[in-house]
Design a protein around this ligand. Structure first.
Ligand code: NAD
Ligand code: TYD
Length: 367
């Protein structure tokens, strides 16, 4: 039986991980530590809030004393670290928060874990610090480059990816220097339920329903390798169970898509849903699909993101071979589930979108 401290558990991937974990290992204890920034939403944890082994703590990962207290009071043996500033566009206009949370925050967690697990009267056997990172630390690929492997040199290009790379290095150093039991996973772009609608996929779904422009940065030919979020949780599970201490594991879906094709695919899926379910036209009368008009006409090319990475692709051979990892969801099933989830959970996305981020994004990307 494990006792987990999950940082950032009220965010997109963290919340999906907590749902996954308590459904699969309901005897385990899960403590979530989350600062509830704009991206964190306590409602993401509604389905587990009454679980007897679940505790939510509102607090900041930079608060080392708080983290030490949580590790001690809850006898935590496994820290799964999701908390981060995660949106590349925000890192370009306001990097400070990324340096603070992603670098200083991770450093603070490492100090707390070292103090409680290694520096006390006895070293806690079997402790684990699992760091959740991104493929963006490897930089960018040309269309013909081989996918990122764990041996690809780090070459982060955005303040976001640079801050994640710095945190990966700190985690590695705490293992090498102090013997902290660490693992790191570097995952490709996730999509699925509870994804904050500033990221491409949920932004496109919600904008279609609001009859708003679908902004395509630059030429729309940038490529991302998309993974259904539950498959990320499953990959982390395998790393926690059988990953080798001190190792990095790439997690990905072998599922590369150009942005413009993702947007067209989602447009078609939403149109099909409106045909299948006439109630949708009543709920979203402004949507093009409610008037049998072409949703793709909302596509609007806008100025490119500064320093925009052209292509990400994950080679997950190591994770597949060592841990037997294979994603369970295909892109066709995962994206259909995701569209359905947003259609069924309007109250969730309306409540997290108070309007301010839409104004912010429009300002950044007006042509
Ligand atoms: P998110 O932005 O949806 O959620 C981040 C969560 O962290 C929020 O709940 C927020 O309140 C919390 N948080 C932020 N600063 C905090 C602080 N100082 N103290 C405590 N909590 C804080 O992010 P996400 O998309 O769920 O990403 C989770 C992790 O996975 C991140 O580390 C990210 O780098 C990594 N990752 C994300 C993706 C992706 O596609 N989204 C892919 C690979 C890796
Ligand atoms: P995003 O979801 O922000 O993830 P990341 O930058 O971490 O990959 O963006 C995914 C891709 O979609 C990226 O190439 C930027 C692009 N994009 C758009 O073209 N328009 C948008 O409105 C957004 C949010 C992203």
């Amino acid at each position: 039986m494990k006792k987990l401290l999950v940082t950032g558990g009220a965010g997109f991937i963290g919340a999906n991980f907590v749902h996954y974990w308590l459904a699969k290992y309901s005897a385990d204890k899960v403590v979530v530590l989350d600062a509830l920034t704009y991206a964190g939403n306590i409602a993401n944890l509604d389905s587990v809030k009454n679980h007897e082994n679940f505790t939510f703590v509102h607090g900041n990962i930079c608060d080392q004393a708080l983290v030490e207290r949580l590790l001690t009071e809850h006898n935590i043996d496994t820290l799964v670290h999701f908390a981060a500033e995660s949106h590349v566009d925000r890192s370009i206009t306001g990097p400070d928060a990324f340096i603070e949370t992603n670098i200083i925050g991770t450093y603070s967690l490492l100090k707390a874990a070292k103090k409680v697990w290694l520096d006390g009267d006895a070293i806690l056997d079997g402790h684990r610090f699992h760091h959740v990172s991104t493929d963006e630390v490897y930089g960018t690929l040309s269309p013909t480059d081989p996918a990122f492997s764990e041996d690809t040199a780090y070459a982060p290009n955005s303040p976001y990816s640079a801050s994640k790379a710095a945190s990966d290095h700190l985690v590695r150093a705490y293992h090498h220097t102090y013997g902290l039991n660490v693992t790191t996973s570097n995952c490709s772009n996730n999509y699925g339920p509870f994804h904050f609608p500033e990221k491409l996929i949920p932004l496109v779904i919600t904008n279609i329903l609001h009859d708003k422009a679908l902004p395509i940065y630059g030429d729309g030919q940038q490529i991302r390798d998309w993974l259904y979020v539950e498959d990320h949780a499953y990959g982390i599970d395998l790393v926690l169970q059988n990953g080798r201490i001190g190792e990095n594991y790439n997690i990905g879906g072998n599922n590369e898509w150009a942005n413009i094709d993702i947007v067209k695919t989602i447009s078609k899926l939403v149109e099909q849903e409106f045909v299948k379910n006439p109630d949708l036209a009543k709920r979203f009368p402004q949507a093009k699909a409610a008037m049998a008009q072409n949703t793709e006409s909302l596509i609007t090319y806008v100025k490119d993101r500064l320093g925009h990475d052209r292509r990400y692709a994950i080679d997950a051979t190591k994770t597949n071979n060592e841990l037997g990892y294979q994603p369970k969801e295909s892109f066709a099933t995962g994206i259909a589930k995701t569209v359905t989830w947003y259609l069924n959970n309007e109250a969730w996305w309306q409540s997290v979108m108070d309007g301010s981020y839409q104004d912010w994004i429009a300002e950044q990307y007006s042509s």
